[in-house]
Write a protein that binds this ligand. Structure first.
Ligand code: NA7
Length: 539
């Protein structure tokens, strides 16, 4: 660890400060320190590397993206040689991988753990960011790179009386080691998104009784867990650069054969076959992306997918009334969910669905949860209630740019940003996977963004420029393009973290570039060809 004693950081002056040591922050640090030779150090309020994989240690946690694209490519030897045990590795394996990367590149010596950055204020005269840690230390840096996490700021709904509960109570994204083995206990899981469904399938076999508190039913398809496929490893090792380039040159960067066939261009019987094959194969995101090309843009196409999944739910769940409660009625237009055996859990005697649409939670008391219908005694309550996504962690840092502009005010009605990486009037500040970046899987796209933003820094430094700011008109046009693109999809029509609709009081806004990674990279190439015209460089 770079520093742990109090006040050792006070007065530290860096060329680059990186916030976060998750997937994005670790590579940013390696790139800036080792490839660009800058004096770069990172700060993380966690006690170790890993970001989301450090904090999310709940039972059943695993990555539901193919491991071949959920990894780094910058270290080709590691890309070739890392032996993933499973196609969708569990959290301990992902965390072990990130630690191995950090150790191999000796990154931990440049990371200040247990160090939260509370404020970042731009000093126009000195052209540096002035950071304040939670211990009150002052750090200065010419550039600020924020890898604070897209899905990292926990959403913790307030239920009256929660502080009185005498049992164990956790948010899945802050899972403590002390939680211990929950076998035999009466457990309540609130929330049925990606996290909730992983918890349910992991806990159902051993729980004394598992109560699943469901507010909105969602479409869950099989993931198809199993050993890491040998043919996939062969593709990765034969031509790593080609594999990564092909993966990046898709819309969503999941390592899938994305379909371009419209759902209604084939007969009903052929469609059924395609969906059935995808269901049998598992593969999660593939059900949305590999079956037909218009599921997320055409309501009619979407209906064909949702009819199929509802039929599966009715087939699997033996109690017809329960099956109806588990059947979603809205569009299949949230982040797709995938886990093996979810609906089978509801055939177990020790699993009960609590339908919060019929009877909402009224309070938590000393011994359990009370809905408007009944009181349910519990030993453990788990919040799987999601995140203040995309903007949440940026807004936790008191960030003040040029002309005294405060990010919290600037984003009060929804974010604005350029290419998911910069914000006008916040010079020399770079976000990894910030608002209005591509709607894709993350690690390879992190690398791509980090390479691009650091090339821009190198370009500015080579020209003797101290500051890089974003042209507000370029930003406005980009945000408008992203909003137009989002409106062509079905995502804005359903409340979810994709549009801020999951957190009460959060402005509902488009926050992604939905035209795909290939189009995003073309746009970034165009900016380089224009000699970085959308940026204002200053001496
Ligand atoms: P999600 O996908 O946002 O799901 C959160 C769940 O929690 C969802 O079922 C919500 O129901 C439920 N929720 C939220 N607030 C409440 C309250 N107040 N009462 C009852 N239920 C509530 O979060 P996840 O952690 O599962 O996944 C987020 C991402 O992290 C995931 O996409 C991965 O990329 C990693 P709702 O649907 O809002 O009615």
């Amino acid at each position: 660890m770079a520093a742990s004693a109090s006040n050792t950081l006070d007065g530290l002056t860096l060329e680059v400060a990186v916030i976060g040591s998750g997937v994005g922050g670790l590579y940013a640090l390696q790139r800036l320190r080792d490839q660009l030779g800058l004096q770069a150090e990172a700060f993380d309020d966690a006690g170790g590397v890993g970001g989301t994989w450090y904090w999310n240690r709940y039972p059943g946690c695993r990555v539901d993206t193919d491991a071949s694209v959920y990894c780094y490519s910058f270290d080709e030897d590691l890309f070739r040689s890392w032996q993933w045990s499973e196609r969708y590795p569990r959290q301990p394996e992902v965390l072990a991988y990130l630690n191995a990367v950090a150790d191999k590149h000796d990154l931990k010596r440049s990371i200040h753990f247990n160090t939260r950055i509370l404020a970042a204020h731009w000093d126009e005269t000195a052209a540096v960011w002035r950071l304040t840690t939670a211990r009150g230390e002052a750090v200065a840096a010419r550039y600020l790179v924020e890898g604070v996490g897209l899905l990292s700021s926990a959403n913790l709904p307030v239920f009256p009386g929660a502080e009185r509960f005498q049992g164990q109570i956790y948010h899945a994204a802050r899972w403590p080691e002390a939680a211990g083995d929950l076998a035999g206990k009466r457990i309540g899981v609130i929330g049925t998104g990606s996290t909730g469904i992983q918890l349910v399938t992991a806990l159902a076999p051993t729980a004394g009784h598992l109560l699943v508190f469901q507010r909105t039913p969602q479409y869950v398809v099989p993931l198809g867990c199993g050993p890491f496929p040998a043919e996939r490893r062969a593709q990765m090792t034969a031509d790593p650069a080609g594999y990564v380039a092909r993966t990046l040159n898709t819309a969503a960067v999941f390592g899938l054969e994305e379909s371009t066939t419209p759902a209604l261009s084939v007969s009903a019987a052929a469609r059924q076959q395609v969906y059935e094959a995808a269901w049998q194969k598992g593969g999660g995101f593939g059900f949305m992306l590999e079956t037909f090309g218009d599921i997320i843009i055409s309501r009619e196409a979407n209906d064909t997918a949702t009819d199929f999944i509802r039929a599966k739910i009715r087939q699997i769940v033996q109690d017809p009334a329960l099956a109806e409660k588990l059947c979603p009625r809205d569009l299949y237009a949230k982040r797709p969910l995938a886990v093996d055996g979810y609906y089978d859990c509801f055939n177990r005697d020790n699993v009960t669905l609590v339908d919060l649409q019929a009877a909402p939670i009224v309070e938590i008391d000393e011994s359990g949860i009370r809905t408007s219908h009944e009181h349910m005694p519990l030993d453990v309550i788990i919040f799987a209630t999601g995140f203040d996504a995309v903007t949440g962690n940026y807004l936790k840092i008191d960030t003040v740019g040029r002309h005294g502009r405060r990010l919290q005010q600037q984003w009060a009605k929804g974010p604005d940003a350029f290419m998911g990486m910069t914000i006008a009037d916040f010079p020399n500040l770079f976000m990894i996977f910030g608002p209005f970046g591509p709607f894709t899987s993350q690690p390879l796209v992190h690398e791509y963004q980090i390479n691009w933003m650091t090339n821009l820094m190198r370009h500015a430094r080579a020209g003797g420029y101290r500051t890089i700011d974003t042209d507000p008109h370029a930003q406005e046009n980009w945000v408008a393009r992203c909003c137009r693109g989002a409106e062509l999809t079905l995502f804005p029509q359903v409340d979810s973290w994709i549009n801020g609709g999951n957190v009460p009081g959060k402005p509902r806004a488009s926050m992604f570039f939905m035209e795909g990674m290939a189009a995003y990279m073309q746009q970034l190439d165009e900016i380089v060809r224009e000699d970085y015209a959308p940026f204002v460089l200053g001496r």
